[in-house]
Design a protein. Structure first.
Length: 244
């Protein structure tokens, strides 16, 4: 995928993020760093500068290394009449180090959560105002979403991941790109007692990460976020417009 220069909230000389902070054994390093080295701060400032919106940072992991980081527009969460206090129902930009596949991934994520949750996770049950419903409605043949997904996967080298995250979810490439009926059915078929979701992401191998500079990686992540914004807009109650 061609990566162009994007507007960042920090001067290039101030970005201290380094490729080795994406650790393929432990995750994304966020602890014991200076502010200008921390990817959460760099990307949050860059997103808020690029989209002129406040963003909320979410994460999965603990300690110095996190496995997954998400950024969601605060206005989209606030717009939800039932679920304004949680982030599960919101579309997110995300980045993660997949330790099993040894891939760095970034892109768009929409979560379904549970349809039948264990008692300790009742707050994670799908609610009627979650973005998941808009995603399913958008996945129609000859739709704008189909056009966007075809562009991203067939032309730009993105991948789709759909279904249960407790089993091995289905991953779709250029070679097995699904029709929208199949993709929608795959999402709806995820077991009720499993956490499920949808991702469209750009993958980077460890060798590609190591060959880049920190600034290269920040620009690449921001460029990926810009590429998935049209699809994200089809799932949200608000619309994002990139100012740069």
């Amino acid at each position: 995928m061609p990566i162009g220069r994007v507007g960042l909230a920090l001067p290039m000389v101030a970005i201290g993020f380094r490729p080795e902070f994406l650790d393929f054994e432990r995750g994304i390093r966020v602890g014991n760093l200076e502010d200008n080295q921390r990817v959460t701060r760099i990307l949050k400032l860059a997103l808020e500068s690029s989209y002129q919106q406040a963003f909320v940072t979410e994460r999965w992991g603990r300690g110095v290394y996190w496995q997954w980081i998400g950024f969601l527009p605060r206005a989209n969460r606030t717009a939800k009449p039932i679920s304004a206090h949680v982030s599960f129902g919101c579309s997110k930009f995300f980045l993660m180090v997949d330790l099993q596949e040894r891939l760095f991934k970034c892109g768009l994520q929409v979560e379904r959560g549970y349809l039948k949750a264990p008692p300790e996770h009742r707050h994670c049950v799908l609610r009627p105002d979650w973005d998941w419903h808009r995603l399913l409605q958008a996945l129609m043949p000859k739709s704008v979403m189909e056009r966007e997904l075809r562009r991203l996967v067939l032309r730009e080298g993105f991948r789709l991941q759909a279904g249960s995250w407790e089993n091995v979810p289905d991953v779709f490439f250029k070679s097995n790109f699904p029709d929208m009926v199949t993709l929608r059915s795959q999402l709806k078929a995820a077991p009720k007692n499993h956490w499920a979701g949808f991702q469209i992401f750009y993958p980077m191998r460890e060798s590609e990460v190591r060959a880049a500079t920190g600034v290269d990686l920040v620009e690449s992540i921001m460029a990926v976020f810009k590429e998935v914004t049209p699809a994200m807009n089809l799932c949200m109650q608000i619309q994002l417009a990139c100012a740069v």
